[in-house]
Design a protein around this ligand. Structure first.
Ligand code: UDP
Ligand code: MG
Length: 456
């Protein structure tokens, strides 16, 4: 639909622009250059406004989207010029036809650029379709007995934050116990993911001070996702909340999660209401990541990390997945069950530094795609089909040029360029195949995800 609107805007823009140019020249005696300039400017304003408001229904600030729009139009214009030059002086077809051919790359680049870059869909914090907010009536209400809740925190070199995290958490648990939200045997489980600092020492100390605090020590560092799983599968309780140890997620929301659980929901996602505390870079990459995942068919809960409540039933289902590459954020929405979201503000890390450097983040992002979607594989097929049919068309064109139009066959470019291009396509495709192959390789070995060295 937006493509049709985009073309309509393009036609309108051309008509209005040309009329203005002619009017300026014939009625107001403008020179051809200034008439063109006015025509272009008016056309630009019309097309920007209409495309923004009508075609793509974009609500971003005008300034930033205008810059992006100008960039897109610039690129499209260069493509248009190059195509016209190619057809006109290279293949020597009539200038009108060449002009006409130039419209295609212009429209295509313009449209795609507007859709994905200049006026992207607003990525707001609305819960996505996979979060089934079940009507309360369809859910079984929980028996009136106090919930045995466990809170699981993976910790890797967190000695700086742990004392603060622990005292706040204990306070919260005490408060919830007092208010009759959770039972007295509810507890906290710290998973030490092979830390090299005093993390385990601290956990042991907390355990000695308070029997509600438990510790699980992994034999070595296995990464956040595996540490989390170790905690989920070791903790007791009718419901488990997983949360990072660094106090970035507001722990008070656990109360809301418990209330939702009592309403009958089996999964409660903690969703960040904004990304204000993130750097611009992290915010942009995160938004694009969700978009790309959505485009290849992986439906994640927008702005939700690993802060969530899951009931015992859900954990049991999770245990049935025997994959080595468990991408929890992708799998849990696929389990089904009545689910809902609670919103919270995410803070800066309380202390210490992020254990997710860029390289780890990229690997994690790639995992998200390749564990859930075969679209990249299918894209290779389409790419192959496209490239081969395009080259077939070019061959016809060249033969036509030689025998019918009698234009000289261009030599070097037409021979060497396809070699580089196809080389690139092939390397990319092999790379994607390799990604999946490595997944299969890891899965066939069925290696255990973690070993528990000690439990307290
Ligand atoms: N974490 C872990 N093992 C690792 C890396 C991180 O258990 O190999 C834990 C870490 O202690 C923290 C959580 O995972 O509780 C999230 O990590 P971090 O806060 O560093 O990530 P960010 O919030 O920066 O994405
Ligand atoms: Mg963090």
């Amino acid at each position: 639909m937006s493509a049709i609107r985009f073309i309509l805007v393009g036609i309108l823009n051309t008509v209005v622009g040309l009329s203005i140019i002619y009017a300026a020249m014939y009625f107001f005696d403008f020179g051809i250059k200034s008439a063109n300039l006015i025509g272009y400017l008016v056309g630009l304003i019309i097309s920007f406004t209409l495309n923004k408001k009508w075609t793509f229904k974009n609500r971003d600030r005008i300034g930033s989207s205008l810059i992006r729009y100008l960039l897109v139009i610039g690129v499209a214009y260069v493509a248009n010029l190059q195509t016209v030059i190619f057809f006109d002086s290279y293949l020597k077809i009539s200038p009108y036809l060449a002009q006409f051919m130039g419209v295609f790359p212009y429209a295509l680049i313009g449209y795609l650029g507007c859709k994905f870059f200049a006026f992207p869909e607003p990525a707001d914090a609305t819960p996505n379709s996979l979060v089934v907010v079940a009507p309360i009536t369809s859910m079984k209400t929980r028996p009136k007995q106090l919930l045995n809740l466990s809170v699981v925190l993976p910790c890797y070199n967190e000695e700086e934050v742990l004392p603060e995290t622990n005292s706040r958490l204990i306070e919260l648990m005490l408060d919830m116990k007092k208010n009759g939200l959770i039972s007295d045997n509810s507890g906290v489980y710290y998973v030490d993911d092979g830390s090299r600092d005093r993390t385990w020492e601290l956990i042991s100390k907390f355990n000695a001070e308070n029997p509600c605090v438990h510790g699980i020590k992994l034999s070595r560092n296995r990464g956040h996702q595996n540490a989390l799983l170790a905690g989920l599968f070791s903790a007791e309780g009718d419901a488990i909340v997983s949360i990072d140890a660094d106090l970035q997620d507001d722990i008070n929301v656990i109360k809301d999660m418990v209330c939702r659980y009592n309403d009958g929901y089996e999964i409660v996602y903690g969703v960040r209401s904004s990304r204000k505390t993130d750097t611009f870079f992290k915010r942009m990459t995160a938004q694009w990541y969700y978009r790309i995942l959505k485009a290849v068919g992986v439906d994640l809960v927008y702005n939700h990390a690993d802060y969530r409540l899951m009931s015992r039933r859900v954990i049991d289902c999770l245990g049935k997945f025997k994959e080595v590459n468990l991408f929890l954020r992708g799998i849990i929405p696929q389990l089904g069950f009545p689910s809902t979201v609670v919103f919270y503000e995410r803070n800066e890390r309380f202390a210490g530094e992020s254990k997710y450097p860029l390289a780890k983040m990229l690997a994690f992002a790639a995992d998200g795609v390749t564990s859930f979607s075969v679209v990249p594989l299918r894209m290779i097929t389409w790419l192959g089909l496209f490239v081969s049919s395009a080259s077939a068309a070019v061959v016809v064109w060249i033969l036509l040029g030689k025998f019918v139009l009698h234009t000289a066959i261009p030599g070097w470019t037409s021979t060497v360029l396809p070699i580089y291009f196809l080389g690139g396509v092939q390397l990319l495709s092999t790379g994607i195949l390799g990604e999946y192959l490595s997944k299969i390789y890891m899965e066939t070995k069925q290696r255990p995800l973690y070993f528990i060295e000690e439990k307290i």
